[in-house]
Design a protein around this ligand. Sequence first.
Ligand code: ADP
Ligand code: ZN
Length: 630
Amino acid sequence: MSSLAPPTHRSQPASAEPLHILDEVFGYPHFRGRQQDIVAHVVDGGDALVLMPTGGGKSLCYQVPAIARHRRGRGVAIVVSPLIALMHDQVGALEEVGVHAAFLNSTLSLEEAQHVEREMMSGRLTLLYAAPERITTPRFLAQLDSLHQRGLLSLFAIDEAHCVSQWGHDFRSEYLGLSVLHERFADVPRIALTATADEHTRADIIERLQLQDARVFISSFDRPNIRYLIVEKDNPRAQLLRFVRDEHEGEAGVVYCQSRKKVEETAAWLNDEGLTALPYHAGLDAAVRQRHQDRFLREEGIVMVATIAFGMGIDKPDVRFVAHLDLPKNIESYYQETGRAGRDGEPAEAWMAYGLADVVNQRRMIDDSPAGDEFKRVQRGKLDALLALAETHECRRVRLLDYFGEASRPCGNCDNCLQPPATWDATEAARKALSCIYRFHQHGGGFGPRAFGAGHLIDVLRGKRTDKVAQYHHDQLSTFGIGADLSEQQWRSVLRQLVALGHVVAEGEFNTLGLTDSARTVLRGEVSLQLRVPAETKRGKSAGRKASPRAAPADLDAEAQERYQALKTWRAEVAREHNLPAYVVFHDATLAEMARVAPGSLDELGGISGVGAKKLEAYGSEILRVLGTR
Ligand code: ADP
Ligand code: ZN
């Protein structure tokens, strides 16, 4: 059939009603969370500040109002976006669903840019994406004036609005110039969006963007589909490999490391182990970084091994895991980095391995930084909160959300909820360790670098006769062998806890252990220590998958699996032709649902979540052919 008659309910004149737009254009039956309220407020011309976690669905909060207002003859929405690299895919995704959108940035040729400007100035365009530095140029502002005078400036969306705050880590001075939008176009609604929740940043956004009259929409920061797992470092590479192989074979993920060198080494090693891993850090050529990012976005099953230089604005929805091989700086960073997993709402995992050295390094980085005392105090407090998260035997999510000021109940989807860890009373062990460190300092030996670090301490406690023990006559100490009943791993966990709590410090080039004043409270038995029993968490295949309401590939029967694979092959061809990532064509979940339902008609196909009118028209009959259902 060549002339495709769209199903009747889609052929009515374009409605400006938000829910209708959501269904018709994006193929989604319902708004999520606060989206509906936000959209209604902005469509009516109100200003909004939207705080929503990564993956919460911020884009639709301005895209649906932009479409609605455009359909009411209000012209063009201007989207301020900090990253040129992202605009292409965002605009591509909108064009895929039949929304007329474009971007203006330095990657366009002169003719292309002129064409986009004509489309904008005529009011035909629904959304225009541009970076803040362009928007605040006199030339661009004059163009906005002209649109405004003709009533064709429908709204401003300011994405990643926290970039206006010096408090955050992504500060961009160009964002400061955006206050001009309110000054010049006071009657044009503005919606600012961010995933950064803290009070300070929020206050900065309101003040600097002059959003005092905006309604503030704060969503829950929970990401229920992300499972949090934190393990003690034992052999981190082997632990990582097991995690990826057992749980995420062939899936896309990000592995964060602290240093460039470790990024390179880890990526090379994962490749040797047969995975497809790419390095990404600020020391690589811009062209190499771009290539790796493109491959990560466009190919399937790539593991990106990266420093934190990677990630801002990566809105790939099907990242199935984020792994941390090193401790992040604080909970904000941890939450932002892990939040890049599972934006599509499907089960995803955030995994972190941490150990004594992480705690020592992070403490040291703060101590050695040139910052002022007040700043250091804040940083130490933030690190402590992260360490408490790592050491807790209670629900990780409750801790995380509590940090962001949100009360919640045990989640059932973190390691501690799934396998409540056993704890043991380590008070006595802690006292033994502290008195052993005390003896070192008394007894010392008096020459050479007295590098009595964790390894040596544990040897002495466990009564091992090493060369160093002999050299310093540490077998003569009263503490020699008093801890033979505990394993090395148990001792590491005691020490880590003591460093985490600030009773012990590791100093100098050799991480020599020393006691702080507070160690006395432990020595005197005034503090008790409950530690988790280190257990290498071996779980079954992700249970979260089965709990998923939507059909994940694992739930498909053999025939449906075949259909799913055929659809994926077809999608890959379309994505290549359009020079877009595959998920822009259709999400995995949408393909899986198609494979499961095996629709026999266009009408039925149109009922699947993620299939809007434009995609139905463009791809419907092809899909039915691939499915073999007609
Ligand atoms: P954010 O920008 O907040 O990180 P996005 O706007 O990228 O999140 O949305 C995350 C994912 O959720 C996208 O793949 C989007 O298509 C999907 N999504 C958003 N809102 C809905 C909805 N109401 N129904 C179904 N999927 C949605
Ligand atoms: Zn939990």
